[in-house]
Design a protein around this ligand. Sequence first.
Ligand code: NDP
Length: 475
Amino acid sequence: MQQQVTLLILGASGDLTSRLLLPALAQLLQREPDRRLTLRGAGSDAWTSEKWRDAVKDAFADAGADDVYDRVAQTEYTQADITDVGALKKLIEPVEGALVVYFAVPPAVAAASCAAMRGITLPDDTVLALEKPFGGDREGAAKLNELLRQLVPEDHVFRVDHFLSRATVLNLLGVRFANRLVEPLWSAEHVERVLIRFDESLALENRARYYDHAGAMIDMLQSHLLQVLAVLTMTSPATLGERDLRDAKGEALRATRIWNDDPVHFSRRARYTAGRIGDRQIPSYVDEEGVDATRTTETLAEFTCEVRTAQWAGVPFTLRSGKALGADLAEIVVTLRPVRHLPDGFTGRPADGGVLRFSLGPDTLSLELNVNGGDNPFALHRDIATVDLGEGRIHAYTQVLSEILDGDVTLSVRGDSAEECWRIIQPVRDAWARDEVPMDDYPAGSSGPEAWETSVAAGTDPAPVDGTTGAPQPS
Ligand code: NDP
């Protein structure tokens, strides 16, 4: 029998709560019949507990889990300004037993609420779960870390990055470390370049209030994609335990720099203009409701970086993500160097030594090999062997909630890594703020700006590789 825990969601009337947290909670309760939980919601909207219960019930029904609603049916909602000490006192001090506070609110509100929490007594073993983005820059993240240290120990802080709980990202560990076919190849000696891409066909979808302040760089690259980079490039940890895994990731991030320390040439940004995606007509980003055009928020961002270690120096890693693109394309593409010697006599010369492609939805791993045979036995061509990794029946947020409620921080982002991620992107942000990198545009429904086309279309690194140095040429 598990310990009774109170899960208090702050920002209970928001998008994250209804779209991701509540369905994930439903799935978790379905999977774990013994899980004991008291659910509470709070937020600034003038909801009644009845309205909140309806929202919970609807979310559970949508998740196909009406059967477990009874286990949280007593849930209550409190209208409260969570940045106010008095309001927090009333919410938190009466709680008996273990408490998990989930900040499903904008980052500035979460930080203000943490500051207010210094004025109240938190129950022993309180766990605090914060969403991305964690802070607004390196200094902000450091201050927030300091604040959190005053409230609870580091192993009671969850900086949620649900990408780390995605089945495919976790699969990187097995593929990398459990295969003799892969493990020895995982270095600059064999890997020529890597692309980590998350293209979405979704446009703004009424999220201007959040997105117009974040943009693609902060929404995706600063958080999720750099975490994927860390898992991809970390040295083999001794164990998959919390300390070893997070140390290894932290080390990789500390070694990461923008390519050539040149954010002007090795970053790109763009914004969508009006276009069509399937049967949806999408307005220009600047005409979307709630967007302030003077912010020059990018909806497509890209940079190339280097992990400056003996294992990876010289290998360009390109991270790219954008909205309102023609297709959902989420993948990690690892391109191997050409073989040192190709015997004379083959027809055709492959551009690379093969490609390992992890697709994040559908979750597959493809091995693209140069093979010969067929009508002309010595003609080389490409064949693809694909393994279905399975979507994983557990939704990433279900996994996240399970870890939080069990107090297992292994897959949450440690404080130092959260700061490093801001440090890595800061030169790009500075160059963009100085307008040293043009804001390109692309029609919604396309694959990005025309000038970016040639490189990305191949599914490899957008920055072409210079034959002599292995370094990407300026874009
Ligand atoms: P929303 O703006 O939809 O929701 C935030 C909620 O917080 C709203 O209900 C808002 O109420 C409430 N709130 C704001 N200020 C206060 C306050 N002072 N006191 C009490 N409640 C307050 O944001 P999202 O749900 O989209 O995002 C929340 C966080 O989750 C963000 O950090 C975001 O980056 C992250 N996230 C979101 C994802 C998503 O798909 N939505 C995915 C991954 C992460 P009101 O409307 O009255 O202001």
